[in-house]
Design a binder for this molecule. Structure first.
Ligand code: SAM
Length: 177
């Protein structure tokens, strides 16, 4: 399954930390790419450093026109999943989502325009209470990936964690430059 994430409409008061966390969750929970608009370019450096240290080829793309991107990905047969507390309960749509093979998951920040609801193939609620784009994305990706994302390991990782009951065990990958 190919999964991409689109983060739209960062709040006017800069919300770099939340946007960074959305990107970190996308990477760690199995998406291959995130698209963002109106963000601090430093976020790209942060994610590239994470890729260098911990591996993966997770991509970060800055875009100007998210509507154009949604339309393009739809034409390419991706299904658009919009995370919104007004949508259908994730418990009712998770089994359909698991069967898809190309998803663009849209998360908002401030008020999301009506066109997003209309363009989406699925408007999905992680419960019908307001919470956060970070938690909503994490829960949705986990429902789709069913925990498989937590067993990924990356050949290009500089460091790798050996899970341990107590303390920290980190190996340095000697084959990397
Ligand atoms: N008030 C905004 C609106 O009406 O669209 C929502 C702001 S909320 C802090 C930011 C984003 O978190 C939303 O756009 C949505 O993607 C996500 N979100 C928050 N609660 C959610 C829920 N219960 N289910 C799914 N997504 C949720």
């Amino acid at each position: 399954m190919e999964i991409e994430v689109l983060r739209i409409g960062q709040r006017l008061v800069r919300d770099d930390r939340v946007t960074t966390h959305v990107a970190l969750v996308a990477r760690a929970f199995g998406a291959r790419k995130i698209y963002m608009n109106e963000v601090n370019p430093k976020i790209k450096n942060t994610l590239e450093q994470i890729n260098n240290t911990w591996g993966s080829n997770f991509e970060i793309s800055f875009i100007d026109n998210w509507m154009q991107l949604m339309k393009k990905r739809k034409k390419e047969s991706a299904k658009i999943v919009h995370l919104t507390m007004y949508g259908e309960n994730v418990n009712d749509v998770a089994s359909s989502l698991e069967k898809e093979n190309d998803l663009l998951i849209v998360v908002g920040a401030e008020k999301v325009p009506r066109q997003v609801y209309d363009l989406a193939d699925y408007n999905v609620a992680i419960g019908n209470q307001p919470h956060s784009e970070v938690s909503a994305l994490a829960v949705l990706l986990d429902r789709i990936m069913k925990g498989k994302q937590f067993s990924f390991s990356y050949e290009n990782a500089e460091r790798e964690i050996i899970p341990t009951k107590q303390g920290k065990d980190v190996v340095m990958n000697k084959t990397r430059d």
